[in-house]
Design a protein around this ligand. Sequence first.
Ligand code: HEM
Length: 451
Amino acid sequence: MTTGVHSVPGLPLLGSFFEYRRDKIGFLSSLRDDGRPLTAFRLGKHNITLLKRPEDLIHVEHRNAKNYHKATMLRDLVGDGILMSDGEKWRKQRRLIQPRFHPSSVAALEGLMNRKIDDFIRVLADRSKTQDHPIEIGMALKKMVFEIILEALFGEVDHGDFSELQEPMEFMNFFLTYRFNELFPLPLSLPLPRYLKFQKARREIDRVIYRYIERKKKEIRSGRAGVDLLTQMIQSVDTDTGIGMDELQLRDETVSILLAGFETTGNLLSWILVNLGSHPAVLGRLIKEIDSDIGSSVPRAENVLALSYLSCVMDETLRLQPPVWAWTKRALGEDSLGDYRIAKGQILFLSPYLVHRDPRLWRDASGFDPDRWTQELREKTKGAYFPFGMGPRTCVGRHFAVLEAKLIVVRLLQSFEYRISEGNIPEPEFRITLGLKTPLHVFLKPRRNHA
Ligand code: HEM
C-alpha cells in the first residue's frame, strides 16, 4: 500500500513562495527536519517533493533514473545540450562527450592548466608586492577557470574573447537563478528590461561560439585540425546514424560545457580558500604535505592527485559547500519511494547541500573536519554524499574539475603564505551555483624560494 506525500499548507495560488524566497535554506531545512521521510511544498502551480533519504536519492538518480528527466529553466540558455537533454538524445550526446573527459584525456590538459595557473600566480605575485592591503581573489580565480575551460574547448583563444564571453556568461548565472525563482514565468520574447538583457547576452555568447565553430571547420578542411574539444565534437559522428552534430547542436553543447564548468569550479576554489583560511591547523597540514611530497617543483597531474590530505580537504569542502547545491527532476511515470506514491509529472527537489548537512546522517554535520574522510566513511556515504550527482547523469566534467582545482590550490600554497582577511568570512549565496555573498579578501606573501 502506498500513500501520498504530506504537503505543507501554503497560500492559495502562491503556496510557500514567500517563505522560500525570504530564506530558502531556512525553509528547506525546516522541511528536512520535520520528522517525515518526504515532504512536499508548493511554489505557485508547482508541487515539489523534497527528497531526504539516501535510498530515495539513489533510486531517483541511479536505480530508476530513466523515469526522471531534467526539470529546470536552464534550457533557456543551453537549449538541448547534454546538460538538459533527456532520453535517447542525451544518451548519444553523453557517448560522444564522455571519452573527452576520461581521466587520461583530462590529465593531458595538465600543460594547459599549468600555463594558465602560471599567469595567475604571476599577476597575484605582482599585486602582493605592490599592495599591502588584502587582495580580492574570487574574481581572479573565476577568470582563470573560465580561461582554462575556454582553451580546452577552443584551443587557442583570441584575448578579447575571454572578456567578451565571461561577462554575458556571468549574467546568465544571475538571470537563470532569477528565472528559476519567478513565480509565473512569462515568455522570454516579451520586451521586459531583464528579458531584453538576457536576449542580448545570449546573442553575444552565440556570436563568439559560432565564430569558433566556423574557424574550427575551416581548420579541419585545410588539414590543420587541433585537438580541442570543439574540433573533436565537430569530427565526431553518431555510431548508429553516421551523422555528426549540426551547428545548433554544437552551439548547445559548447554553452552547456561552459555553463557547467566555470562557476562551479570557481566557487569550489573560493570555498576551499575560505575553509583553509578559517582553519589554520588544516592549512598548516596541507602545506606540510605539499612541501614534503612535491616541494617547489611544478606539479604534474599524478603528483597532485596523489596528495591524500588535499583530497580530504576537497571532499570536505564539496560536502559543506557543494557548488551545485540543488537541482530538480520530473517523474515521467508513476513510481514509489518506499511507501510513498510519486505521481506522473511530480517534481522532485534534490539538494546535496541539505543532505550533506543533515545531522541524522553526519556526525558534527556543519563542522569542517577533513579527517572524517576515512576509507570506511567513503564506502558508507552512498546516497548521502553526491556533490557531482550520481548514476548515469553524474557530472561528466568531475575529473577535469578535481584536477584543475587541485593544481590551483597546490600552486597557490607553493607560491604564497596565505591568510584570510580576519572577520571577513563570506556568507553563502544560493544561486544556480553556491557562490559567496561578499568578495573574498586574502593576504598573500610570496614564499621564499617558491614564487
Ligand atoms: C566542482 C565543480 C563541479 C561540480 C560540483 C559539478 C556538479 C555537477 C552536477 C551536480 C551535475 C548534475 C548531476 C545530475 O543531474 O544528476 C553536473 C552535470 C554536468 N557537469 Fe558538472 N560539476 C562541476 C564541474 C564541471 C566541469 C569542469 C565540467 C566541464 C568541463 C562539467 C560538466 C558537466 C556536464 C556536461 C554535466 C551534464 C552531464 C549529463 O547530464 O550527462 N562540470 N555537474
